[in-house]
Design a protein around this ligand. Sequence first.
Ligand code: SF4
Ligand code: SF4
Length: 448
Amino acid sequence: MKSPLHLAKAHDLPAIGIEPMREGTDGEQLVSALGELRASTRSLAVMLDTCTKCGNCAEQCHSYLGTEDPFNIPAARADLMRRVYKRHFTAGGKVLGGFTGARDVDGETIERWLTYFYQCNECRRCAVFCPFGIDTAEITIAARHILSRLGIVPKFMQGIAANLQATGNNMGIGKPALLDSARFLEEEMKEETGLDIRIPVDEPGSDILYVPSSADFFTNVDTIIGAAKVFHVLGANWTVSSSALEAANFGLLFNLSIMRQHGQRLAAAAQAVGASMVVHGECGHGWRAARMCAEGAEGPAPFRLVHVLEYVCDSLSRLPLRKLPLRVTLHDPCNYARAGGIVEQPRAILRACVEEFVEMSPNGRENFCCGGGSGLLMDEMLDVRLRLGKKKAEQVAAVGQLDYLAIPCSICKAQLPPVMKHYGMPALEMGGVIDLVGKALNLGGNRT
Ligand code: SF4
Ligand code: SF4
């Protein structure tokens, strides 16, 4: 299944500090970038040295199950890099070449990397079932980073990265638009509750910097409203930052230098308002990247980093929650359950907020991906990502009648509505976990 991305290699990369692909790019740059990563990331070499082709991973990958393309089997995907690695970095591959599976780089290699490393959601489910823990998501991250070093980056990623550079958020929201939206949402909450619940922006002397998804201010507004109500009830001294309004970090998905830049942007914003705690909003891969940056090579961050689901879970005894009359199931975002240490917290919160919480199967660390993660939300990829969402639609259908599907990640919130529609699911309300907390809070106002 050829990727539509082969037409979308590079346009305005200089704006984000990446050199566009040169005419006549051959394998030399690719091999050199792979050599650098191999030297700096020992685990990459171990994973490339290890696969026994046992086949365990094939049936565990929703990308292969949805597309039935053999190149989407995790081991086959990893082999796209493994062959080049063997040819240039192992004694056997250098001497015996193709007999060991080694292969030189040619135009087809680059085309296949672009196609199949952009049909991997970096969900890590294959790693859970591989007897050696081979993590094809890490191989995909490395491959995309290498492609970006060659100047090959899908247009969607370029646009997001350019917005991040200019405004600090994916949607390109400037401070005036942010202030307008925050005031509008405050008025909505006043009308609903009769209370003055604030969404502070760039407030100096704040204890907490809240980093939402920028989409929460325009598309997923119930999520930021839920967070604002929680902070209000707890009497928290908090703010959002107009220069770092984005939990998502697309750098993780195509270029690790850009990931680190966004990590530094969040750290600078926390320092600017004096926050000792950064509370990260509902974004899966953003949470994974934030933890990598906060615990990364530049040393531990000078603030405590917590996810909003951890923050709310730890505060449950202080939140006046009533149970909403709903039957709810939870989709575990991959980057929470398999890369972010968040499995029990959303369950504890949902049990406190709704009358009936039911699990889908499998769940937690073994949950299937929504099919939209790792930056595949681009329009060109719609056909592919609908196929990648097939397993998730089957899981939700198997739960039976539902009132609400909890999907506490911005990417899942954009991916799952079209997936459910595509697979003929009945209309179903979907949204964040924090959205439900906001609705379940008894605020003591004259209208709640
Ligand atoms: S499960 Fe692991 S060892 Fe087996 S084929 Fe897949 S990646 Fe290779
Ligand atoms: S990380 Fe997920 S999408 Fe990628 S190969 Fe593994 S199971 Fe498939």
